[in-house]
Ligand binder design. Structure first.
Ligand SMILES: [Zn+2]
Length: 177
């Protein structure tokens, strides 16, 4: 055997083939960085499984942590503009309120519950309408809304209106009600 084809095992110093991955005498792995070297595979697997467990625990903790409710942010979600429009739909008089609302909080809110109060020219509340919308507003964003209701009262009872968001659900809350 040519000496260039052989080398000394770095564990037992036995003359072995240069290409040998495992020493035939002492079974020592010759290449440190082989994927199959158990000395390397074990710590890598161990670190990987450990990282996986930590990531899972952190994700679970994040999902379980109580999310802020709308009550704490009520003042941060407000109607910036709105107007009333009157129409007719299948012989029903309708009142449509359209407008925009702003979310000053960083939280994404969904299922906005809108409360509209209608006042006559004397300033007395004459009608009201509340609606659970499917609206979603992102944190620090503005959306347009449109709420329609039957105008059952005389037209003069719809002289003024007020819109407010009474309730909403934190979109990141789980299970989400
Ligand atoms: Zn050896």
């Amino acid at each position: 055997m040519d000496s260039t084809d052989t080398k000394a095992c770095h564990a037992c110093a036995e003359e072995i083939k240069r290409e040998a991955r495992v020493c035939p005498r002492c079974r020592q792995w010759q290449r440190k960085w082989s994927f199959f070297n158990p000395a390397l595979t074990f710590p890598i697997c161990f670190a990987f499984v450990g990282a996986l467990i930590i990531a899972t625990l952190m994700a679970a903790k994040g999902a379980m942590a109580p999310k802020p409710t709308f009550e704490a942010y009520r003042d941060d979600v407000f109607v910036t503009s709105s107007s009333m429009h009157f129409g007719e739909l299948r012989s029903n008089r309708t009142v449509v309120v359209v407008g925009t609302l702003t979310n000053r909080s960083p939280v994404t809110w969904k299922n906005l519950e809108v409360d509209i109060r209608f006042f006559n020219s004397a300033g007395e509340m004459a009608d009201a309408h509340s609606q659970n919308t499917r609206l979603v507003v992102l944190g620090h964003d503005e959306i347009a809304f449109r709420v329609e209701t039957k105008g059952l009262r005389p037209r003069s009872d719809y002289a003024k209106h007020e819109v407010a968001v009474r309730h909403a659900i934190n979109a990141k809350a789980w299970p989400g009600w």
